[in-house]
Design a protein around this ligand. Structure first.
Ligand code: ASP
Ligand code: MG
Length: 412
């Protein structure tokens, strides 16, 4: 029988009524002849509450106990979903991660999936079970301890099951009806995309469009899992939502697929560092050890053997970055005249696989920003993305201007 994975996020299982609504959708797919693996998140807000309790009891918590506690929200929704399906006469049972067993590394709090043996679920499907409801976000390490996959990890659970069980598709039910060209709260002309390429989704996911856990998109790309993002609150329809798929499966697309942004960035410049071999390593080594997530890096031209080095990072990591640089300076491994932090910047990016074959995207982007009087502070580019740092107060304006300039309100 063909298989389908259906994942329901926190808002889709927030209470028994919502669980019944989700279960009805599962019932429709079962009636079509699918064997379904349902992956559930915890009820919305639950995981945050559990994390809060952990931090209240033990600020420097044992990560193994953290996982034992924060994974529990999914146990509740998995059981409730299985019960609800049984009420509808759909043969279903729940599985916690360890029962599958979903094997992971022992990196508690952000474990990686290593293996999903299919034998246990397959045996039950063979006996007539129609739906396996699996608690998302959790697994078990080789030491036999409960692990979790990082916040938003149920998406990754879902994709991993779709790959392991060779599912026809992995449907991710959430509270938005798909992936948009940009955040509709900022640009009301934002348009839902029917299809988006894995690569584009990866850039959008890591650039701040929080629809899917980045890791889940990486996994989908690697195993060619067709991912569909759709709302559990809208009418069911075979073409609903956004399909995240391979480039080859997209016939027509705009050069730019979307505009992403990160509001709370900081730009830091080390003024006058020695321009010598090893200087970048001496700067970025300590920053990475301090846990600073450096994004853009720009080294200026040098004059008389000295240069300025600029990088960006999340604004809340500025104190850590300053501390790491001061320590490196004190130890003599680097020397700089001054460290200047600009904490009022935002990053805006345009993303699209079409950039590979179209020239002029950068020029168009810069012209659109110029027309609005927005000054660009840093620019970086990759094959399918151009990002700029600008003053935070212009972020919305820039997103709207770029959405307009690239005609994103119109389909290709
Ligand atoms: N419940 C977990 C979280 O809130 C996992 C998930 O929902 O994907 O992060
Ligand atoms: Mg999520």
């Amino acid at each position: 029988m063909p298989r389908l994975v259906m994942k329901f996020g926190g808002t889709s299982v927030a209470n028994p009524d919502r669980i019944r609504r989700a279960a009805k959708r599962v019932g429709v797919e079962v009636a079509k002849g699918y064997e379904v693996i349902v992956i559930v998140s915890a009820m919305s807000g639950k995981t945050n509450e559990l994390v809060g309790w952990v931090e209240d009891v033990s600020p420097l918590y044992d990560a193994r106990e953290y996982d034992a506690i924060v994974s529990s929200g999914e146990n509740v929704t998995a059981g409730l979903m299985a019960l609800t399906l049984q009420q509808m006469d759909v043969p279903a049972r729940s599985w916690q991660g360890w029962q599958v067993p979903l094997m992971t590394t022992d990196a508690h709090g952000s474990a990686r999936i290593e293996e999903i043996p299919t034998a246990n679920l397959d045996a039950k499907f063979a006996e007539g079970m129609k739906v396996a409801v699996v608690a998302g976000f959790q697994g078990i390490s080789h030491e036999g301890r409960i692990t979790t996959l990082g916040r938003g990890g149920s998406d990754t659970t879902a994709v991993a099951f779709a790959a392991a069980f060779d599912a026809e598709r992995c449907d991710i039910y959430t509270d938005v009806d798909g992936v948009y060209t940009t955040d509709p709260r900022i640009e009301d002309k934002a348009r839902k995309l029917d299809r988006i390429a894995y690569e584009e989704m990866l850039e959008l996911a890591s650039l701040g469009a929080k629809v899917l856990q980045t890791r889940s998109v990486e996994l989908a790309m690697r195993f060619g899992v067709k991912l569909r993002v759709l709302s559990s609150f809208e009418e069911m329809d075979d073409n609903a939502g956004t399909l995240v798929c391979a480039e080859e499966d997209i016939v027509e697309s705009n050069v730019v697929a979307g505009v992403a942004f990160v509001r709370d960035e900081a730009k830091m410049t080390l003024i006058s560092v020695a321009d010598r071999p090893g200087i970048a390593a001496a700067i970025f080594g300590p920053l990475s050890e301090a846990g600073v997530n450096v994004d853009m890096i720009v080294q200026n031209i040098s004059e008389e053997g000295r240069t300025d080095m600029t990088f960006s990072c999340p604004v809340n990591e500025v104190p850590r970055a300053e501390h790491a640089m001061a320590e490196a300076k004190a130890s003599g491994s680097i020397n700089y005249h001054d460290l200047v932090a600009d904490t009022d910047v935002a990053k805006v990016s345009v993303v699209g696989i079409g950039m590979r074959s179209h020239a002029g995207v950068a020029a168009k982007m810069f012209a659109a920003l110029q027309a609005e009087g927005v000054n660009i502070k840093v620019i970086t580019t990759s094959e399918i993305k151009i990002s700029v740092l600008i003053d935070r107060k212009y972020m919305e304006l820039a997103v709207q201007a770029l959405h307009d300039a690239f005609d994103l309100d119109k389909a290709a």
